[in-house]
Design a protein around this ligand. Sequence first.
Ligand code: GDP
Ligand code: MG
Length: 281
Amino acid sequence: MSLKRPGAAPTVVLVGRPNVGKSTLFNSITNSRQAIVAPLAGTTRDTNAQPAEWQGNHFSLVDTGGMFGAQTDPLHALVVEHGRKAIAAADLVVFVVDGREGLVPGDEEIASALRSVTGPVIIAVNKTDDHRSKGRHVEFYTLGFEPVIEIAAEHGQGVGDLLDEIVARFPAGTSERPAPVKDVETRVAIVGRPNVGKSSLLNRLLKEERAIVSDMPGTTRDTVDAVLKWQKRTFRILDTAGIPDNANPIPRTTCSASTPTRLASTGSNANGTVLATVTIS
Ligand code: GDP
Ligand code: MG
């Protein structure tokens, strides 16, 4: 495998139908609660990238939204576009499937889309803690990607084996930690009720479609973490999930790290402090 961006840490992208456990696996590998895990299909719509490490091998892990299988979602086209970009930038793809349900047509659709991927594709058969998944992993060999690894992301089972297979495919010399960023980041959280324009503000700041924006309240359900350079200073901008009307009241001016908006855990290297907060209403 050769890296898409030589010299940078490899990028590993999780893809799969909604609800197979991508975000659970993402959280397990990155040891974070960044990605929202929900029994509701289609919860994760934005892509979410975090640094990860296994046995001294550093890489960037990307959780994609429900880019496959949610065609009725009015945001589907945008979600697909974000996911397509993530896959195009992937050095390695982990194709997550649901062992409890076995092989379904949606998996075959994704497999077809992944045939054009140049890097390795590893299949992770999730939910193998459930007795209904017993022996079903063999069905996934027909998709044509190997290895096929059985995991239970929720309990961490098999995740180490999966990580062994991932890092074994990294080119030699990529195991070192990426050089630390020297300049100090100012973390800025964008906070406000749903639909007030938080994601539009973020996009304007970044001048690219990093966050999914729509006029549907509550569209951005995961936080978006982006880095912006401005006049030689670095800002990490956190676009928080829409806070529903019935949520605990959020102070208008500043927001402490202990508020229920998950601000405390938003920065990838955050120590829990949000240094500046933009509240729009
Ligand atoms: P995503 O849509 O692919 O990101 O899926 P999520 O990570 O949000 O998980 C969807 C559902 O599957 C949630 O209810 C999880 O609790 C459940 N889930 C995830 N991993 C496992 C697992 O290893 N075993 C079982 N039994 N359930 C799991
Ligand atoms: Mg998800």
